[in-house]
Write a new protein. Structure first.
Length: 364
């Protein structure tokens, strides 16, 4: 006589299988319930972590004194009104990304592009972005030429730490400077490399030190020449700083003849005004702290008359003209740097314009 099948008292009465049969339905259901519970808990945990991270990012931005930053479309085409582009230093997931903000509300909410740059500038739909590549033992750097959608068009080697970047008003020329050795202009133990690229032909002038230097109509032969801080006048000419023999000079550069002609002494990191008549620059002032030697000046190119701005603090930046009357420049801030503004004619007083930002460019 066949023995009756055993019944699990907590099951639905389905007979138990033999030792080699499939797992009982009740066990499979328990495993399924357990799996669903684990997945739900994992989802809840992931969501909680994400939410906490978002709250932490917002809290960090608030503590940084910076505006809210959101991801979105950033363009260099100048559409949509005048904008200020900058490297965002507000703490959070978009730190170091190029961000856009309306020029009329410079400390308002920012739109982050997703593109990270150490140095940046843009004009007429062309951008230059100096970036780092982090290696196992050391960092390397390159210069990326960007189109109006911030997509890389060409890449060029940058043999040192990025420090300056500029695009010509037409967008046809881009230039940059890196530290090959040293990391400060304050002392004398540093070496720079400055390059220019013509975006129409992709001709690459990889080292402006190879240009012929002319002073008072005579060629200068020297082994200690350094060039930095390009600012463009047009599609063939530019200004820059040349250091040699312990002195710095403002030079006018010419790409066609590959010459650098000295114009004025004690000029560093020049910036040409939109009307092409004046140069804003850092000047070493007598008696200043050797570690903080510069003040912000403006040079009239027609008369070579110098005007000290109302900014009396040390300025280690290549100032930007926001219009023909106003200068924009960076100063140390709580989270790296803030952007300040001051009139170019020596009047007024410095005013902080943007918090947690550096490397500005106006478009539109």
């Amino acid at each position: 006589m066949t023995a009756p099948a055993t019944v699990d008292p907590v099951s639905d009465g389905t007979p138990e299988p033999g030792p080699d049969g499939p797992a009982p339905v009740s066990v499979r259901r328990k495993l399924l319930v357990l799996l669903v519970a684990v997945l739900l808990l994992a989802g809840v945990g992931t969501g909680a972590v994400w939410w906490a991270g978002q709250r932490a990012d917002r809290r960090d931005q608030e503590q940084a004194g910076g505006p809210p930053v959101r991801e979105g479309r950033v363009s260099l085409d100048g559409a949509g009104g005048r904008q200020l582009l900058l490297r965002n230093l507000a703490w959070g997931p978009h730190r170091d990304e190029i961000a856009a903000v309306p020029a009329a509300d410079p400390d308002g909410p920012r739109t982050a592009s997703g593109v990270k740059c150490l140095r940046f500038h843009a004009a007429a739909g062309t951008g230059i972005c100096l970036q780092a590549e982090h290696g196992a033992l050391d960092d390397t750097y390159h210069a990326s030429v960007l189109d109006s959608s911030l997509h890389e068009v060409r890449r060029f080697p940058a043999p040192g730490i990025p420090t300056r970047a500029r695009v010509s008003p037409s967008g046809h020329l881009v230039g940059w400077t890196v530290f090959v050795s040293g990391d400060s202009y304050a002392g004398t133990n540093f070496s720079t490399r400055t390059a220019i690229v013509d975006t129409r032909t992709w001709q690459f002038y990889d080292n402006l030190e190879n240009f012929r230097l002319v002073e008072d109509g005579h060629p200068v032969q020297a082994s200690d020449v350094n060039v930095w801080g390009v600012t463009f006048a047009d599609d063939g000419g530019f200004y820059a700083t040349v250091a040699t023999g312990g002195r710095t000079h403002l030079v006018r550069g010419d790409l066609a003849t590959r010459t650098l002609t000295t114009l004025h002494q004690n000029v560093e990191c020049p910036s040409l005004s939109p009307d092409g008549t004046r140069i804003a620059y850092k000047k070493r002032v007598e008696g200043a702290d050797p570690a903080a030697p510069w003040r912000l000046y403006v040079l009239d190119l027609a008369t070579m008359a110098e005007t000290a701005t109302a900014e009396q603090r040390d300025i280690d930046d290549q100032a930007l003209w926001s219009d023909d009357r106003t200068l924009l420049y960076s100063m140390p801030g709580d989270y790296g740097s803030d952007l300040w503004t001051v009139p170019a004619d020596g009047t007024g007083a410095p005013v902080r314009l943007v918090r947690s930002a550096v490397a500005p460019a106006y478009l539109g």
